[in-house]
Design a protein. Sequence first.
Length: 395
Amino acid sequence: MIAAMALSLSSCCSAPKEESMSDLTNRVFAMAAEQCKLMDKQLDDSVSPRTFTPQGIFVPTTLSWWCSGFYPGTMWYIYKQTGDEQIKALSDKHTRKLADVAACASGHDIGFQYWCSYGNGLLETDNKDYLPTLEEASAMLARRFNPTVGCIRSWGRVDDTNDFQVIIDNMMNLELLMEASRLFKCDSLANIANTHAKTTMANHYRNDNTCYHVLHYDQTNGQCVRKRTAQGYADESSWARGQAWGLYGYAMMYRETQDAAYLEMAEKIAKALMPRLPEDGMPYWDYDCPAIPYTYRDVSAGAIMASALVELSGETKDAAFAAECKAMAEKQIRSMASDKYMCTIAGKNGCFLLMHSVGNLHGTEKNTIQEVDAPLTYADYYFLEAILRFNALYK
């Protein structure tokens, strides 16, 4: 009798069963679909979603803003998972809003804008109507390349003869060039991407395998003349989203080229970052912020990192390290899918999915929007991508 009571008590006190990844996926994508459909009602043909302020204000932005491709890209991922025809139609509508590349493209961020939207649309539908826009976008991005520097200019006009600035974010835009090189049989696009990646590897990274945010080059001789941050805590600190951009970028370049140098770089970055993550896997906005743990998390950095770690777990030849990457990515996905970080009521959170990201803590604009402790459109995109990648590898 006593033994039976003890067994019953033990059963009652046991931890709840962990949600399966299948159930988590269905729950997350159902909420994402609802939010995206409601988001559409807040937009006209001239704007894209940007953020939702802590004061409860939905903030749209122009199509030339660097993140305008993430909302249609998010919906392409939802369509991929659910087959929802309404979502497919909305994906196509918001993708085609970016058809005027010359008007919409914003510097090196053409890759974000056009591969996330038109690229994903092509992958999901094989709609050949998307090809001319992708070809034009890749050509515009390639024109920002300077062979003397060996990099694509991030900020400033293509014809600017002064300061040549390159940010780590630019690693993400190489995917457009790699895919376009294959689609349009244009080797020069892949050559540009590879040169940029190798130059960045040589100059952007410190001995501890963390990276600077911004590098300044002398375009007359290709020499790096300054290394600094624009969005991190300090020039020598490790801005979290920048570290995630680099990790993702080198894992992607290895997938595209099978160049072992890229795999080694991605492994080094992951090994530098994972031990520095908090218990739930969601990074603080800068790994070296002295206010940790009393400062902001950046869920967007966690989402990008999770997607990259899933990919890296399938690329690395080290089985133990692959398991470590998989475990951390799953932890990050589960954290983001919790009510601590994910909106659970349709129509709330400005119709974004995730909460608690940091865009630019130092940014000040006329309308005082700083995107601090707020939802960001790219956090949603990479979160869904991470789940899809995880399920593709480990279902």
